[in-house]
Ligand binder design. Sequence first.
Ligand SMILES: [Zn+2]
Length: 440
Amino acid sequence: MVFGLFGRKGSDARDDDEDDEDIELVSFQGAVNGKDVDLAANGRLAQAGLIPAKELVTDAIGRRAEQVKIELKGERAQVTLYVDGMPYSGGKLAKPQFVAVTQMLKLLAGLDPKLKGQAQHGGVKADYQGTPYEVTVDATPQPDGADRVILRTRNLKAKMSTMEDLGFPPSLKATLREISSKRHGLIIVAGPPGSGVTTTAYAFLKGLDLYMYSAFTIVKMGSREVYNVQQFERNEGDDYTFTAERMIRSEADVIFLDPIDGPEMAKTAAAVADRVTILSEMPAKDAASGIVQFRDWIGDPAKMSELIEGFFSQKLIRTLCVGCKEAFRPNPKLLAKVGLPPETKVLYRKPEFEPDPKTGEMPEPCEKCGGLGYLGRIAMVEYILASETIKKLIAEGASADQIKAQARAEGMQTLHKDGLRLVAEGKTSLEELQRIFKAG
Ligand SMILES: [Zn+2]
């Protein structure tokens, strides 16, 4: 085990450290692609880059960052950590250190550290305080010749989110169960990449009545496996549609499909969705754009109109930390302005951390959130269900805007309306809701 050599505490590596700085560093446990990472053959790189790479990943995981961006600007590189989607500084690196750290991360992720001018994608398995993580490494060449490196961390032990965890109301689960019980049609979660579509699609799958209906998939779920969903193997030489037909013959009521990312997958879904409920995700700006994109991919408006059951879209919003959120009584003017019911008695906000007026000292930051005021994220959701009018518009080739306007006229749940519900429930703040919609 090559990494055993370096599996020591960070402080041991620098003997001038104080005892109270005894932070345990992550240990790396091999490349995700299975490539043998030969540290001995890269001794100088390992000497310069391994400990700093470990410190960087330890800092990211310790601060709950889901993403880290390392970007060279002139002679220094800026490290940016993203915690619940918000950027925070992760410090700066001098150019030689930047080169050592990024090349080291590439080596650990099973990539070629010396390859230049080409995008590379890999990942490294890591262990932090007994918890397994997967850290993906994306290196993209920049005009100045240096790579921009993006890391994404994922806790492999993290509990899979349910619809309740994501903050979805019981009415949404009831709607989902009603439309999935028909055993035919398309149920699609549409959203921009990175917006949480995959998490929502899995939460939907978990939210189906999996005791009543048999669900099949050929998606390689890995650590995301869902209880009561049968894994189906694709036989060599069989295409996706043929495999889906086999699942239907095995009495599938629901098929959880790989992300629909183009005409081929869309046509596969459309070919069987008259006999089975298809649940999947796709990249799109919102629910209405997803419908139009899907219709274009299958090239058959009448069929799209016949198959649609529901298109969903969501946006993540930060939740207030329960350890430090502050209640306040909103004034009636504010309630009217934002569109909350006048009888709303209490709302919550992030506390203001201000120095003590007497001593000038800052208060101790909240232990739960480290003083950020927010901890974790939930989803606001919008959806378009297939009413007769919506179906007619789809068949006639209506635009996303026309479909959206009709859905709103029928009382569609919009992202903003759902966000206000979360504010009223005290899960998030008005400030956060405004920030999300300003950011677009
Ligand atoms: Zn807090």
